[in-house]
Design a protein around this ligand. Structure first.
Ligand code: AMP
Length: 222
């Protein structure tokens, strides 16, 4: 099953995509995590992508399609994949359809996590992440602080692209480039909208309902 998460920065794509991946037993692919890890490791991809990430700009479509083609051919993607942060432009969406068609596959569900920009900015400025496991935690109200331990053993940090200037740039990119992607999927009838302003468990239930597995616990194989 191929499932795509769309939504503005801060709408909760990472959190919900991870939960759905665990519920369905499918790999979670965050293109942002792939790029951040490449930047941290200083790989050729990382060197190319760093300046885009630091400015909140989108990495070129051809680069992204190359990354995703490789990911689709990994053995663990054979049953399906939960895409988080890709496709993010209409050319990426069309290119993704082509890559899938070449492999006899197609997008099954596109989920738009719907959240106002004000609420999304509030969430982004109040979050920390763990570079070791990718977990996102909210600060304030007794929540964790920078440098605190993550349950996985890593240390919580502020994501370098969660500064106010970069957040603004990421929203501008969202409106300019990702909104047409939303329209593309809407016109094809594959898009379902989930209200992302609710508590995280309610959004997760909405996501499961949207993919037609509402509340069903996953059974172990055999
Ligand atoms: P994210 O973690 O999804 O918010 O992505 C963080 C950053 O990675 C974005 O601001 C972009 O610079 C880059 N990025 C992630 N996914 C894509 C994509 N599909 N297309 C272009 N750039 C991307």
């Amino acid at each position: 099953m191929i499932i795509v998460f769309l939504g503005a920065p801060g709408a909760g794509k990472g959190t919900q995509a991870k939960r759905l991946a665990a519920a369905l037993g499918l790999p979670h692919v965050s293109t942002g995590d792939v790029l951040r890890s490449a930047v941290e490791r200083g790989t050729p991809l990382g060197k190319q992508a760093a300046s885009y990430l630091n400015r909140g700009a989108l990495v070129p479509d051809e680069t992204m399609l190359g990354i995703v083609a490789e990911l689709l051919d990994r053995g663990d993607a054979s049953r399906g994949v939960i895409m988080d942060g890709f496709p993010r432009t209409e050319p990426q969406a069309r290119g993704f359809d082509r890559l899938l068609e070449e492999r006899g596959r197609a997008v099954d569900h596109v989920l738009l996590l719907d959240l106002s920009e004000d609420e999304a900015v509030r969430r982004l400025t109040a979050r920390l992440w763990c570079p070791a496991c990718g977990a996102i935690r909210s600060v304030g109200g007794g929540g964790p602080a920078v440098g605190d331990a993550c349950p996985c053993g890593g240390r919580l940090e502020k994501r370098s692209d969660d500064s106010v200037d970069v957040i603004r740039a990421r929203f501008a990119e969202y409106r300019r480039l990702t909104q047409p992607t939303v329209d593309y999927y809407r016109s094809r009838g594959t898009l379902k909208s989930v209200d992302a302003s609710r508590p995280v468990d309610d959004v997760a239930a909405g996501v499961l309902a949207a993919v037609g597995t509402a509340g069903a616990p996953r059974r172990a194989a055999g």
